[in-house]
Ligand binder design. Structure first.
Ligand SMILES: [Zn+2]
Ligand SMILES: [Zn+2]
Length: 93
């Protein structure tokens, strides 16, 4: 059983003027209270695509060692100059 303490009162949302009759905390300043909906809205929405890395699939070959390359984290502008991970590392020291 969830016996969370709720404070009851007769407040209004400072944003949309919705009625608020219970809160999980005691409001220090009732004039700045926001209802659950506005509270959610005020938080910056996190983009769900934030961490999704796009992978491009193809049928390329390393221009140096001819190793097959089937996916890249970017869309190759010039498939003739693609280097595999190993050659790429070599080139970058
Ligand atoms: Zn509201
Ligand atoms: Zn290579």
């Amino acid at each position: 059983m969830d016996e969370r303490k709720m404070y009851t009162g007769d407040w209004t949302c400072c944003d949309c003027s919705a009625k608020i009759d219970s809160l999980p905390f005691e409001p220090r300043d009732p004039s700045t209270l926001a209802c659950r909906d506005c509270h959610k809205k005020s938080k910056p929405a996190r983009s769900t695509a934030e961490r999704v890395r796009k992978i491009y699939c193809g049928d390329w070959k390393c221009c140096e060692c001819s190793a097959p390359i089937d996916e890249l984290p970017f869309k190759p502008m010039d498939p003739e100059t693609i280097a595999c991970r190993e050659c790429h590392q070599k080139n970058n020291g």
